[in-house]
Design a protein around this ligand. Sequence first.
Ligand code: FE2
Length: 364
Amino acid sequence: MDQDFLPLKGTDHLEFYVGNAKQAAHYYQHAFGFELIAYAGPETGAKTEASYVLQQGKVRFVLTTSLVPDSAISQHVQHHGDGVKVLALWVDDASSSYHQTVSKGAISVMEPKVIEDKFGQVVISAIQTYGETIHKFVERKAYHGPFLPGFEAKSSSFSTEPVGLKHIDHCVGNVNLGDMNKWVKFYEEVMGFSLLVTFDDQDISTEYSALMSKVVANGNGYIKFPINEPAEGRKKSQIEEYIEYYQGAGVQHVALATDDILLTVSQLRQRGVEFLMVPDVYYDDLIARVGTIDETIDSLKKLNILVDRDEEGYLLQIFTKPVQDRPTVFYEIIQRKGAKSFGKGNFKALFEAIEREQALRGNL
Ligand code: FE2
């Protein structure tokens, strides 16, 4: 095999542009159990924006808001609502990552730039991906500060317990009708990813709507990006609803991995996180479909957790409702017990659950 021209060490962080970062940070701390670790804003010399850095396990989210009406951040929020702006990738060489991808056709967002403070230096570069979303390459081997230069360590005045979130399993993008293959090609040719799996509208259709999806992964498999596009159906697909409200392509859901989904989901529920519901009949023939599992059906049914099996094992998963008023970004909580797939066996039950929510919004 050719040498990986874009070696990625993992996801560095996800940055969300939001309308009110202070309140969003409180939500992620209280509801999802993240810990506040760093902050940048007027007090640290950033005059026009404020950012809160939250961490749990290896998952790091940055919530950024604009303090002025006419910035790129405020325009992004006006256009898209709260959403993921940056999928930042952790690399050993941000200059090489930039030059490799740009030479293969990536659109440049930021040429490699060295930023530094008393904790050392970081090299950052960035390229465009679908919609207004960007990939940043973050090289931090010469840095030992709390997050990035310009940020200072900050903790919360209140305590929050983690809920067992370990790392990002995958990040899904929704793109316009007809654009899925273009973006798959982008990840293959520009970023050296390979196609892992394809779902067509036969796999992912309900009575009303359909979608198609292809999953791309990088060389070491640490980074997985499923890309969805809407497919023709009798009614509006959930992907179209997303694109309408997000005003274009963007991140649909982020899957967060746990080692104990029963504990994670029961804590998330206690703290007010809302999940999609599947009907009880889903559990009636579960064992016939997935075989023997470690968990009791009752415990799964009580929390509405779904199960699917592939050749290598099984997985447990559940999806939240959108976490902002626009029906756009939501989360998946996933526990893998050998399975490396994405829960194909649950697509129908899930999409029907999403459509019930869509119908409540008058969008089906
Ligand atoms: Fe997913």
